[in-house]
Design a protein around this ligand. Structure first.
Ligand SMILES: N[C@@H](CCC(=O)N[C@@H](CS)C(=O)NCC(=O)O)C(=O)O
Length: 210
């Protein structure tokens, strides 16, 4: 059975959602953030040297990085679901957004978080971070305008990957005016599988307002 090493209030919520969409059996090993630092407990390093979540284990396999996990689960356990047909334009978009979600879309949001610890010393770099945030939100809005999903006409693993950067942005009030992005988050968060995953994962700051 697949085990999800799940840190509370974290990106690994997406993996639970994916497993629920696929109707697969899985177990969750829960890890709690340090209430003061917000960091993961060192026990996660016993599972994978990066000590981050999500990590998935299946038999003797250990896989870290959400994008790699989504690809692995869909490829090995998905029975052809949540992935566009190989060779189609939708498939190329699927790969693009699987990488883009963590490789590019998250970066300016993380920079904003890290520079917030610098106080006034961050001032010189803030304009470029805000410029980058705008470029990425414009890009995602452009992609979602007139489309239900990031790739093709059906939900895919790429949508599951892309929800976190948008949920984080929405939570911090950064999606004002990005109506297609807000609508995407709301639609994903209303899916029965998403809500089942939320129940199993525990409290999640970026989930739907209750
Ligand atoms: N790009 C990685 C990021 C993993 C990551 O940074 N996860 C955070 C949770 S959202 C974490 O484990 N933080 C714990 C820590 O920083 O100690 C992925 O998508 O898997």
């Amino acid at each position: 059975m697949i085990t999800v090493h799940h840190l509370n209030n974290s990106r690994s919520q997406r993996v639970l959602w994916l497993l629920e969409e696929l109707g697969l059996e899985y177990e969750i090993k829960h890890y709690k953030r340090d209430p003061k630092t917000g960091r993961a407990p060192s026990s996660l390093k016993l599972v994978h040297p990066l000590g981050r979540s999500p990590v998935v284990t299946f038999r003797d396999k250990v896989i870290a990085e959400t994008g790699a996990i989504i690809e692995y689960i869909i490829r090995e356990h998905g029975s052809g679901r949540l992935i566009p047909p190989a060779g189609s334009d939708a498939y190329d978009n699927y790969i693009h957004f699987l990488h883009y979600g963590e490789g590019s879309a998250m970066l300016p949001q993380l920079l904003l978080l890290y520079t917030s610890y610098l106080g006034d010393a961050a001032a010189p770099i803030l304009p470029i971070i805000h410029q980058e945030l705008k470029a990425h939100f414009d890009y995602m809005e452009y992609h979602l305008t007139g489309h239900t999903y990031f790739t093709g006409d059906e939900l895919s693993g790429a949508d599951i990957q892309m929800v976190f950067p948008l949920e984080a942005a929405k939570k911090h009030g950064r999606l004002l005016g990005y109506d297609a992005c807000i609508d995407f988050v709301n639609r994903m968060q209303a899916r029965p599988a998403y809500l089942r995953a939320l129940k199993r994962g525990g409290h999640y700051d970026y989930g739907p307002a209750s």
